[in-house]
Every structure is written in structure tokens, then in C-alpha cells.
Design a protein around this ligand. Structure first.
Ligand SMILES: *[C@@H]1O[C@H](CO)[C@@H](O)[C@H](O)[C@H]1NC(C)=O
Ligand SMILES: *[C@@H]1O[C@H](CO)[C@@H](O)[C@H](O)[C@H]1NC(C)=O
Length: 480
């Protein structure tokens, strides 16, 4: 229904606005004819299954070709080396403002505020990109998670069935284990459960906010999602300084108030929603996929469990000994398994806009001219699934990344690159790792069907880590 509506709306939209085409791209780069339709170009193919679109076109046209959505052209630069040159070139910029405006309803006042950008950057360096900054957040997350597991277990003990198997969905289970501990560790005890339904609704439909429809049409088609987003934006001001919030969060609020002269309260709330979503939207599916791939691989599960038992102290659920980032670092097989999972499921679609005329020399010797305003894009799947970079790329090898620094593995770029590389990647990795370690330390699992690999939600591929199309049943119980 919604899809039909969107398609209809899209057709009306293009008839009104977009009968004019403005192809100014370098004519030496071929236009990919595969999966392109009159007027809309590759839009529907992109919305339907972008992994298929890019992998098919690259078979036919190589690493560099153009696609079109309505009259918007994108030059696809699929070679990892070429794209690295793009993200290093200041002529090609990621327009974070456009993105934030569309998804989180953040206003354009941020555009070009280099003072704000510098302060944000400083906060990220201080809290998210170095170990001492991360330590209190990671420690607090582990405590919160232990608290949650303990409370869940207490309920079972009351019924006298602590050792029984409990049924759940793996995605639901991953959500439950991360949602509250992560939010409390970062933002403080804001009663996150009160925002849970709105988070779920916003998160499931997140990608719809990116469809390039005019605002009035989006608010018509996505009224429930817009309402959920508004409620989330209204949620934060209710508890501005919740107990137990991280220093990172408090510094962020202080930084916002330092910029109060020009920054509307509405935007501060929207930035909170963005931060909240960013802390969960990809980590929940990452825990789902990692746990799925580890549990279905007997060698992985035995190696990783042994490693966890060796390096992470067996703190009783009501104990108060902390797990440190150093102890988590020692779990190198777990680290590798997480990177390997992210390689398979974290195939992002990255874009850049050319802000002044520029040229790019490709690895194959071609020189491509770009004019101001043109779009460039890259799809991580092209290298994550390439035999050039990874042996048997479609298989999960839990030790593939063993003792390798993920940031420097050629062909592996799940968090973006250059200046706009995801600033939360170290925290996200620690959180995923700590979560999996807790889950494997205190509980055991059975997946009913380990043969079938769930399909990823196609519409979400490209925007971080796509969740599965449907949850898979598992049973779990507490280790005695
Ligand atoms: C535990 O026992 C309670 C009451 O006897 C029952 O309702 C519940 O379903 C049991 N839970 C599990 C996981 O077996
Ligand atoms: C806020 O401004 C004060 C005064 O200039 C400064 O000392 C402080 O570091 C700023 N806080 C943040 C988080 O940027």
C-alpha cells in the first residue's frame, strides 16, 4: 500500500517538477543502461535492490559508470582506491546538513557553522576517539547490561524456572539487550522505555525519509513516522539532565548552550534524536548478525567462548567488578568475527557532491572531469564482496580479520571514509563487542534453523547495517 502510494506520488512529482533533464556529466563515463527506465532512470531499481543494481552494472561497465534518479546523475566510483582519493579531495564534500535536514528535521542554521563543527569535532576526539574518553561509557554500558540481565533472571527465579529454555526472536533479543543499557550509559536514565515504541517506528521506516520527495508529499505519506519523530524530539527536553548520563553527553549539552545564540531549542532536541538513533540504529542489527553468524559456526562459537572465558573475569551478575576496554581488546577472535560480520552486512552507499570543478585520475588511467554540483557515489558491497580483496567473499570466516587493524584493511570501509567517517565507530565496536561478550558469557543459545541465512531488508542496504526482513526464532537459557 505504502509502496504503491510512494510510486504514484513519485510519478506525479516527477511530472510536475522533473521533465527537464540536465545531464552535464563527463561523456567519457558510460551511462549504465542496465535496470534504467525512462524518466525515472535507476530510481526504482535503486529502491528495490541496490546491491543487485550496483553489482550487475559493475559487471557490465566496470568500476566507473553513471546512474540517474529522475534528473539527478551520480557518477559511481566503485574502486576502493579511487574512492579513497575522492574522500581525500576537498572538492568533493559530504553534505551532512542535507542528510540531517531530511531525516531528523534539523534546520539549515548549521550549514557553514565552522565554529560549531570545530567544537563538535573536539568533543568527538575527546570522548569517542580515544580510549580514556571511551572508558567510562564502555564500563557504564557493561554495568547497565549486567543489571538488565540480572533483573530478567530475577523474574525467572521468582517462578522457579531459571534453568529453562526461553523462546525469543534473535532481533528482538538483540534490541532488548542493547536498547536500555546503551541509552542509559550514553544519555542517562531518561526512562528510555517511554520512547521505545517511537524509536521502533522511526527506525523501521528510517529509509523512507531519504526518498527525494518534496516535504509536503513526504509528510502526507509518512504521517505516522513524522509523528513518531516529533514525539522523540519532544521526549528529550523532559529530562534534560538525567541521572547517570555520560560526561560526553553533558559536554554536548554544554556545547549546545555555548551556541544558544543561534541554535534553536528545537534543533537541540532533534540533535538528541539523531544521536539516540545513531547509537542504536546500526548496533542492534550488528549484534543480531554477529550473534547469528557466530552461533551457526561451531568453530567460531567454541574459539570465541574460550577466549571470553580466558580474558573476561566471571563477574557474578550481582558483582561489581568492571570489564575494561583492555580486557575486551584481548578478545581478538571476537573482534575479527564482528569485523567479518560487518563486512558482509555493512555495505554502505556513500555520496559526495562536487563543490568546485575538479578532475579525478582513476587507477585505470582515465581522467574524469567533474563540474560543480555533480554527485559521486560509492557502494561498499563492490569491494566487500570482491574476490580481489577477500578470498571466498560470500563466506563468513570468523578469523579473517584476526590481528588486523580494521581501519587499514584494503577494501574494507563500512564506516565511510575521509572527514565524514563515522565518529562513533570505536564506541559502536566496543559496545557490540561488550554486548556479545556478555551474551556469550552468561547465556547459551540454540537457533532452530542454522542453514538458512536470513535476507537483509533490501530497502535498508546502503544505510549502515540493514536488519533482516524478518526475525528468526531462538531459544536461550542462563548458564548455571
Ligand atoms: C516459568 O514459569 C512460569 C510460572 O510457572 C510460566 O508461566 C513461564 O512460562 C515459565 N517460563 C519459561 C521460560 O518456561
Ligand atoms: C563552553 O564555553 C566555555 C566558555 O568559553 C568553554 O570554557 C567550554 O569549554 C565550552 N564547552 C564546550 C563543551 O565546548
Amino acid at each position: 500500500m505504502l509502496i504503491a502510494g510512494l510510486i504514484l506520488a513519485g510519478i506525479i512529482f516527477l511530472l510536475i517538477h522533473f521533465l527537464r533533464s540536465d545531464d552535464t556529466g563527463d561523456s567519457s563515463i558510460p551511462y549504465a543502461k542496465c535496470a534504467s527506465y525512462p524518466i525515472v532512470g535507476h530510481l526504482f531499481s535503486f529502491l528495490r535492490d541496490r546491491r543487485k543494481l550496483f553489482l550487475e552494472c559493475s559487471k557490465q561497465y566496470g568500476d566507473c559508470f553513471r546512474i540517474r534518479m529522475f534528473n539527478q546523475y551520480f557518477t559511481m566510483i566503485l574502486s576502493h582506491t579511487d574512492w579513497t582519493n575522492v574522500v581525500r579531495n576537498s572538492a568533493f564534500q559530504f553534505s551532512a546538513t542535507d542528510f540531517a535536514v531530511q531525516i531528523f528535521d534539523i534546520s539549515r542554521v548549521f550549514h557553514g557553522r565552522s565554529d560549531y563543527d570545530a567544537d563538535t569535532h573536539r568533543l568527538y576526539i575527546q570522548h569517542l576517539k580515544n580510549r580514556e574518553g571511551l572508558r567510562p561509557i564502555v564500563t557504564q554500558f557493561v554495568r547497565q547490561m549486567r543489571e538488565l540481565i540480572k533483573n530478567d533472571k530475577t523474574i525467572l527465579e521468582k517462578n522457579g524456572n531459571t534453568s529453562e529454555w526461553i523462546s525469543s526472536g534473535l532481533l528482538e533479543f538483540s534490541h532488548h539487550m542493547l536498547y536500555q543499557p546503551s541509552t542509559v550509559a550514553l544519555i542517562g536514565d531518561t526512562n528510555p522505555l517511554d520512547a521505545e515504541d517511537d524509536f521502533r517506528l522511526f527506525d523501521t521506516k528510517f529509509h523512507y525519509f531519504l526518498i527525494p520527495f518534496p516535504r509536503w508529499m513526504a509528510s502526507l505519506l509518512l504521517s505516522r513516522e513524522f509523528q513518531a519523530r516529533s514525539r522523540l524530539n519532544e521526549f528529550w527536553p523532559k529530562t534534560l539532565d538525567p541521572p547517570g548520563s555520560s560526561q560526553f553527553h553533558r559536554d554536548r549539552l554544554e556545547m549546545f548552550s555555548n551556541h544558544s545564540q543561534w541554535m534553536p531549542d528545537k534543533d537541540k532536541a532533534a540533535l538528541q534524536t539523531a544521536f539516540f538513533w545513531a547509537s542504536l540504529g546500526n548496533t542492534i542489527p550488528a549484534v543480531f548478525w554477529s550473534l547469528f553468524y557466530i552461533l551457526r559456526d561451531p568453530k567460531a562459537i567454541s574459539t570465541i567462548t574460550e577466549e571470553i572465558n580466558t580474558h573476561l573475569p566471571a563477574v557474578p551478575l550481582d558483582g561489581d567488578e568492571d570489564w575494561t576496554p583492555e580486557q575486551l581488546d584481548a578478545c581478538v577472535y571476537l573482534e575479527s568475527a564482528i569485523n567479518e560480520t560487518i563486512r558482509l552486512v555493512g555495505t554502505i552507499f556513500m555520496t559526495r557532491k562536487c563543490i568546485r570543478d575538479a578532475q579525478l585520475i582513476l587507477q585505470d588511467g582515465r581522467t574524469v572531469q567533474f563540474k560543480e554540483g555533480e554527485n559521486l557515489a560509492w557502494f561498499a558491497g563492490a569491494s566487500h564482496y570482491s574476490e580481489k580483496f577477500f578470498v571466498k567473499p560470500n563466506e563468513f570466516h570468523f578469523d579473517r580479520f584476526l590481528n588486523k587493524k580494521a581501519d587499514s584493511v584494503p577494501g574494507f570501509m563500512p564506516f565511510g571514509g575521509g572527514k565524514s567517517i563515522c565518529p562513533g565507530r570505536f564506541f559502536a565496536k566496543f559496545e557490540i563487542k561488550a554486548c556479545l561478550a556478555m551474551l556469550l558469557r552468561y547465556m547459551e543459545y540454540q537457533i532452530q534453523d542454522t542453514q538458512t541465512i536470513p535476507t537483509q531488508m533490501k530497502a535498508r542496504i546502503g544505510f549502515g547495517i540493514a536488519p533482516p526482513t524478518k526475525d528468526i526464532p531462538i531459544i536461550y537459557r542462563y548458564k548455571s
